[in-house]
Design a protein around this ligand. Structure first.
Ligand code: CIZ
Ligand code: SF4
Length: 319
């Protein structure tokens, strides 16, 4: 605790010296989220992180999240310095969608609009017509379906499946998944519902279809938080990264949140409802963030300009 307090003081002083602000994701650790809030930064989903970084006057954005979030910040504000605790913090969706293969896939289907999730590289975004986050994925698919547009959806197949079922859009899909959400188990949720019969089940759409079937609400992180505040239930079974419990408890302090099971009896899981890349953001790495030479985000300016087009479309659509 003494070490923690010292690190927090050190980070606060450096943020002021460097005219910097922390832009943190809901899936980072509670101590990182609390520090972002205390120092005038933001704690939110990737859509709101993009908007906050874009609008905030600080010269330097410290993005506490994963690499695609830092890249998005750099694309939207190329004049700002964008630092991350470590550039090794990536995402299985981004890793699973390399630009060369993806671009070749798109070339085979020139009649389709290319819709990519925010969890992708700058190069993949530059190849896309639309960028979406989970909070607007369904609305964008409905919008395109109304115009009789056919869609390529990448990279999350579970989110794509959900959007296809709900919107009826004509979608072909890239085969990617989030290593955190794909571990949630329908059977485990059914067992937990038997223990907590009054609990509502809140599920992120990166989870498998069998898990979504148990959901009382399916939604993005922001939509999950809103549901917990609005619904009358006192208990909630939550299928998304446990980092979100910080905000859930803050926004609905009289309610109880139970993490959805990630593995069956005796089994192990790779991620256990906690993204290993999000966990790379901690006080130690934040305290060093201004003193390293290998943690600044750069995006090729020409690529950034192309990626800016679908990103701006996303922000305008969500506005
Ligand atoms: O799973 C993620 O990384 C999410 C939910 C990102 C986001 O859109 O906030
Ligand atoms: Fe990627 Fe999943 Fe981690 Fe989000 S939680 S950054 S989608 S691996």
């Amino acid at each position: 605790p003494a070490r923690e307090a010292a690190l927090i003081e050190q980070i606060k002083a450096r943020l002021i010296e460097e005219n910097a602000v922390i832009v943190a994701h809901y899936y980072t650790s509670p101590v990182v989220q609390a520090l972002a809030e205390e120092t005038g930064g933001c704690v939110s989903d990737s859509l709101e992180m993009a908007r906050f970084g874009n609008e905030h006057p600080a010269d330097t954005l410290v993005v506490a999240g994963v690499k695609f979030m830092g890249e998005t910040a750099k694309i939207l504000t190329p004049e700002k310095r964008v630092l991350m605790p470590t550039l090794e913090a990536t995402c299985s969706l981004d890793l699973g969608c390399p630009i060369d293969e993806f671009s070749a896939f798109c070339d085979q289907h020139p009649d389709r609009k290319v819709v990519v999730y925010a969890n992708t590289s700058a190069a993949v975004k530059a190849r896309a017509d639309w960028v979406v986050t989970s909070s607007i994925a369904l609305e964008v698919a409905e919008h395109l379906a109304e115009q009789d547009e056919k869609i390529i959806w990448a990279p999350d197949q579970h989110l794509g499946d959900y959007v296809r079922r709900e919107s009826g859009a004509d979608i072909i899909m890239w085969d990617g998944a989030c290593i955190v959400h794909e571990e949630f188990k329908a059977r485990g949720i059914a067992d937990l519902k038997a223990v907590y019969p009054d609990a509502a089940v809140l599920v992120h759409p990166e989870s498998p279809a069998a898990v979504l079937e148990h959901a009382d609400r399916v939604g993005s992180t922001t939509q999950i938080i809103r549901a917990a505040m609005e619904m009358d239930n006192k208990q909630f079974i939550v299928a998304t990264d446990q980092g979100i419990f910080y905000k859930l408890q803050q926004m609905a302090p009289d309610k109880e949140f139970i993490i959805a099971p990630t593995a069956g009896e005796g089994a192990t899981c790779r991620s256990c409802a906690n993204c290993p890349w999000m966990a790379m953001n901690d006080l130690e790495t934040l305290a060093r963030v201004f003193d390293q030479s290998d943690n600044e985000i750069f995006v090729d300016p020409a690529l950034g300009e192309r990626a800016m087009v679908p990103l701006t479309r996303m922000l305008d659509f969500a506005a």
